[in-house]
Ligand binder design. Structure first.
Ligand code: OGA
Ligand code: NI
Length: 368
């Protein structure tokens, strides 16, 4: 790809940030197929230029503690009298934070441990085994790469990712999954799907709807599972593990290990999402903010880089029905603030938007 064709493909601010030296470095990095882990294994002691962020875009000090803790919700007794309290907590967290953690969610701790372990083994196996899966093909169900938006972002992130996409077909063909994490991934995906169904029921009720409402809209479909590996970073102050973003989904369920580093923007400050053993982090995505007419918020979040590592996390996105071309619209109980959309429209607008805009801006109706 030459520079001029790349610029056409990029949103303008990012295009402006691409100079030919940077492009050559990105291309060399991509060609290695060894990801950030490959750089670390080669013994680098400094962060290469393509990962360095402008000073205003670095991590700084997060605030935490006291009143500032992401709500932790205990799902024990979900079919008992406690349900009302759980629904109310889920509603409050979704309105005020867009983020919460769940414990006693029904997924055995062992399933979570094996999933994290399998992802780690995938990323730590011989490079040749990983590079066989290196791809950016949208249609490929299982693939590995570093920085999904490598050529679009202003600075690359300090992480590598194994992607499992169930958007084209609901069934995973097991042989496509790497052998080192095949069984653990199949098992985890099975469990996390059931948890998503439970959460969509709670969220429906928290919005004042029938329990099955969001499920009937297919919000629990369109699953994509990103298995992230954040290698240790020699100069974490210059870069980020994941730059600040909102998720282009209805809902995301995140499994993180005990290292920490995830932060959510709350009241204009980044707050640490402290690892809680056995918990899962749940966050509202853009599409649920849209259909809830801003009642629930899709919060900005990021992951800081760390001298210590690796950190492993698994983000499961539920992005709705895309193959059927289903149209999603703001729920009818309020004056709509957004245009209707199909999942395909949303994802295209989200990936092509100018870098400083949120995907939501593209669908917001002018105020009357
Ligand atoms: C994501 C994400 C956070 C993490 O994949 O969208 O926000 O902790 N991941 O890896
Ligand atoms: Ni995210």
């Amino acid at each position: 790809m030459n520079l001029s064709s790349l610029k056409e493909f990029l949103p303008t601010p990012a295009a402006a940030a691409v100079d030919s030296g940077r492009l050559a470095e990105l291309q060399a990095f991509e060609k290695s197929k060894a990801g950030v882990k490959g750089l670390v294994d080669s013994g680098i002691q400094t962060v290469p230029r393509i990962f360095i962020r402008p000073p205003e875009d670095r991590a700084g000090d997060p605030i935490q503690g006291g009143d500032w803790e992401v709500p932790v919700i205990d799902l024990t007794g979900i079919e008992s009298d406690r349900r009302r309290k759980i629904v109310s907590d889920v509603g409050e967290a979704s309105r005020e934070w867009g983020f919460f953690q769940v414990v006693n969610h029904g997924i055995p701790a062992e399933v979570l441990e094996l999933m994290l372990g399998g992802v780690r083994e995938f990323h730590e196996q011989e490079t040749e085994k990983k590079t066989a899966l290196h791809s950016r093909d949208m249609m490929q169900q299982v693939k590995y790469s570093s920085n999904i938006d490598l050529y679009r972002s202003r600075a690359a992130n300090w992480r590598d990712t194994l992607t499992v996409s169930l958007t084209m077909s609901d069934q995973i063909q097991p042989h496509l999954l790497p052998q080192v994490c095949r069984d653990s991934t199949l098992d985890y995906i099975d469990h996390v799907k059931k948890l998503a169904d439970i959460l969509f029921e709670l969220l429906s009720e928290a919005l004042g709807l029938e329990r099955g409402h969001l499920g009937a809209l297919g919000c629990n479909q369109g699953r994509v599972v990103l298995c992230h590996y954040y290698p240790p970073c020699p100069e974490p102050e210059f870069t980020l593990g994941t730059s600040s973003h909102t998720d282009p989904s209805f809902l995301t369920i995140l499994l993180q290990d005990q290292l920490g580093g995830l932060q959510v923007l709350h009241d204009k400050k980044y707050i640490n999402v402290q690892p809680v053993s056995g918990s899962l982090v749940v966050n509202i995505g853009d599409m649920l903010q849209i259909i809830s007419n801003d009642e629930f918020i899709s919060a900005d979040h990021r992951v800081i880089a760390n001298k210590i590592g690796p950190r492993i996390s698994v983000a499961s996105f539920f992005s709705g029905e895309s193959r059927s071309g289903k149209i999603y619209a703001p729920l009818p109980n309020k004056q709509p603030r957004y245009k209707e959309f199909t999942v395909r429209d949303y994802i295209i607008k989200f990936t092509q938007r100018p870098i400083e805009k949120s995907g939501l801006d593209e669908f917001r109706l002018p105020e009357e």
